[in-house]
Design a protein around this ligand. Structure first.
Ligand code: PMP
Length: 359
């Protein structure tokens, strides 16, 4: 069907149209080589150049070049980082500190417990994770602090980060490259690609090299960040196509002004939608206002009997991926970098039509 789609999917999600076009072209004929990107060696000159550019561009966009950081493109999703982080950073007989701000944060905590003492400094679980806890003390003797910058399922986002002298680790899967923050306050950042960076199948890890190699643990090669750094992110065959498509997305972001430019548009999109959620008596946001995410807006109908009608209306408008996660219910509008503001306007129009239709 040729109708314009407005894709609010939480991830995998919309990517820029030109990225889809260039990726499709590379499947047929990569760099005019007469070969598909899917059939060349990852050690070929053409692919090594892709890997090098992707690693460098990720650091450049985050403002982390020449600051002792390395960018890696790994397999296993953000979920594998839940255990690679403690494996590489928690000392034998050490301890780690975590903020429990959602399903993914609590998944990271579960994995850390396999490695040692795991302190949960604060949790918003009792309120179904509808806010970001702010009152806690970071222990100075923990090996690291782990936080989740954006809680994809519950629609909350950390607007500021604790100041601490211990290494800071952040799961940025659902808001990396979407807003300007001082990324150098973190010692390790990881993100599954499948929101703002590219297709599923690759994970970006940005790590300050000096924090590695201090645990006293034997780490299997595949799970050892130092091994991946030594092999220039090619310890084994990398997910070639996912990395190439991520590079295309990062190039698109750079050509469009980088993070500071996209941040302004992301703020406009979020403001457009939240203004309507707050104005329209038929809708109610589920996250506490000050912690609301600019990436994932979660909301419910105030009158559930309108569900069928509203669902039919947004589907008829070409909107897709709006159904909320089962643990929150209602709706979730994910407004990642590549989603145009016009799509948000279409959603707002439908919300207003619903209001008019019941008057
Ligand atoms: N962390 C966050 C914040 C996420 O949103 C997700 C997935 N949506 C994950 C971790 C898990 O990522 P993956 O599926 O790549 O393992």
């Amino acid at each position: 069907n040729n109708m314009t789609k407005h894709n609010f999917s939480a991830g995998p999600c919309i990517l820029p149209k030109e990225v889809f076009e260039k990726a499709a072209q590379a499947v047929l004929n990569f760099n005019y080589s007469g070969l598909s990107i899917l059939e060349i060696s990852h050690r070929s000159k053409d692919f090594v150049a892709v890997m090098e550019e992707a690693r460098a561009l990720a650091l450049e966009l985050l403002g982390l070049e020449n600051k002792g950081y390395q960018a890696l493109f790994l397999h296993g999703g953000a979920s594998l980082e839940f255990l690679m982080v403690p494996y590489n950073l928690m000392k034998v007989d050490g301890k780690a500190a975590y903020l429990d701000t959602g399903t993914w944060a609590s998944g990271a905590i579960k994995e850390a417990k396999h490695f040692g003492e795991t302190l949960v400094l604060a949790s918003s679980k009792s309120e179904n994770y509808n806010f970001i806890p702010k009152d806690y003390i970071v222990p100075a003797d923990a090996d690291y602090l782990h936080c989740t910058s954006n809680n994809t399922i519950f629609g909350t986002q950390m607007k500021s980060f604790p100041k601490t002298n211990i290494p800071m680790v952040c799961d940025m899967s659902s808001d990396i490259f979407s807003r300007s923050i001082d990324f150098s306050q973190f010692d390790l950042i990881y993100a599954g690609a499948q929101k703002n960076m590219g297709p599923a199948g690759v994970t970006l890890v940005v790590v300050k090299e000096e924090i590695l190699g201090k645990t006293g643990r034997e780490i299997p090669n595949m799970l050892n960040f130092q091994q991946h750094i030594a092999k220039e992110s090619m310890y084994n065959t990398p997910p070639v196509f996912a990395i190439y498509t991520s590079l295309l997305t990062l190039q698109w972001l750079k050509a469009n002004g980088g993070i500071s430019a996209i941040e302004k548009i992301n703020e406009q999109k979020a403001q457009l939608l939240y203004t309507e959620i707050d104005r329209n008596p038929l809708f109610k946001g589920t996250a506490v206002v000050e912690d609301r995410s600019n990436m994932n807006a979660t909301f419910v109908l105030t009158d559930e009997s309108l569900t069928e009608k509203f669902d039919a209306m947004w589907k008829a408008a070409g909107i897709s991926g709006l159904t909320g996660h089962r643990s929150v219910g209602g709706y979730r509008a994910s407004m990642y970098n590549a989603l145009p503001i016009e799509s948000v306007q279409v959603l707002v129009d439908v919300m207003q039509e619903l209001e008019t239709s019941v008057q």
